[in-house]
Design a binder for this molecule. Structure first.
Ligand SMILES: Nc1ncnc2c1ncn2[C@@H]1O[C@H](COP(=O)(O)OP(=O)(O)OP(=O)(O)O)[C@@H](O)[C@H]1O
Ligand SMILES: [Mg+2]
Length: 316
């Protein structure tokens, strides 16, 4: 694997003693889109902040394309763009000056044509002379994206880029992310819209309570942990699950009209033929059949719940 970011044994204890990251090890592949999923407070923003150098690590190391992000922070930072979760903009600056200034901060030479194209891509060009306080929330988010891209970074972090954003902008953003990926930019994003991660990410990392629970290729993850269900609608309600089916993973709805069979989609034998044979032996009449497949969201909720159940509660 050709990693562009290497994270080794990274921990973060905040000043108040709270440990937000607990020994994170992570290799981010050059050119990939990695989605970081985790519940509120899992440590996603902390992780991004430590990688991008906004927050210092308590122990461990991060290298960005070979540059240690503390010892060689300038080189490391030049490669990185960050769209932060919180809106952080100065109200009285204009859109144009904001992106120009940010580009300058990164030591990139003036390139007005690049910035013009960037603002056009983000539908901000007609607002370029507006002060930021005159923009709507969604437009401010676009400005944050323009700032993050102002120095044409090779790695882009997007922390909840689509929170509070309308459908239109969300589509624009995913389109833009696609274009960036095509040009070879590595993208790390967090989102609570899991179906977006399902659409766009190459790999998924699930983080909970400061630890990475899992990191996996999206397709493999969906195959491995994805469960399929066969929903069987009965002509007449049944009182109980037929006795010849009790050894299978079959459940009956409260009103007795729907049998649900859960099976492992990746297994060689799904057991469906056997189930249907047994059903016909039991004399039940079928009305309709349907299959459903668990989404990334189901997988995610499952993982995080299991992790929390296994841990002793830290609440006092
Ligand atoms: N400056 C700080 N001082 C102390 N604790 C902090 C600080 N910043 C964050 N935390 C704590 O660290 C934990 C992780 O926070 P973080 O912002 O990284 O979570 P997150 O995964 O980004 O959550 P969200 O999905 O809500 O954005 C939380 O319990 C949070 O309260
Ligand atoms: Mg966050």
């Amino acid at each position: 694997m050709d990693s562009i970011i290497s994270i080794k044994d990274l921990s973060k204890v905040y000043d108040n003693g709270f440990q937000a990251l607990k020994g994170i090890n992570l290799e981010i592949e050059r050119g990939e889109i990695l989605a970081l999923l985790g519940p509120n407070g899992a440590g996603k923003t902390t992780l991004i902040s430590v990688i991008t150098g906004i927050v210092s690590a308590s122990s461990g190391s991060v290298t960005v394309d070979g540059h240690d992000n503390v010892k060689n922070y300038r080189q490391a930072r030049q490669l990185i763009g960050l769209v932060p979760q919180e809106l952080t903009l100065s109200a009285f600056e204009t859109v144009w000056n904001t992106v120009r200034f940010t580009r300058g901060l990164y030591g990139a030479s003036t390139d007005n044509a690049y910035l013009e194209q960037l603002l056009k891509d983000l539908s901000l060009w007609d607002k370029k002379d507006n002060q930021l306080r005159m923009l709507s929330g969604g437009m401010k988010r676009r400005v944050l994206i323009a700032k993050a891209l102002s120095h044409a970074p090779r790695i882009l972090f997007l922390d909840e880029p689509t929170a509070g954003v309308d459908v239109e902008l969300r589509k624009d953003m995913w389109h833009m992310i696609d274009k960036l990926r095509e040009s070879g930019v590595t993208i790390i994003l967090t989102t609570h819209y899991i179906e977006e991660a399902e659409d766009i990410a190459d790999r998924i990392a699930v983080i909970n309570d400061g630890e990475i629970l899992l990191i996996e290729d999206k397709t493999e993850l969906m195959q491995k942990l994805g469960k399929k269900q066969l929903i069987i609608e009965l002509r007449e309600p049944a009182n109980t699950v037929p006795s010849n089916l009790v050894d299978l993973d079959v459940s009956l709805s409260d009103d007795g009209t729907i049998l649900t069979y859960t099976y492992d989609a990746s297994a060689d034998a799904t057991g469906i033929t056997k189930l249907l044979n047994l059903l016909s032996e039991s004399g039940l009449q079928l009305k309709d059949l349907q299959t459903t497949q668990s989404s990334l969201e189901d997988i995610f909720v499952d993982l995080v719940h299991k992790d929390s159940e296994l841990k002793p509660s830290t609440e006092t």
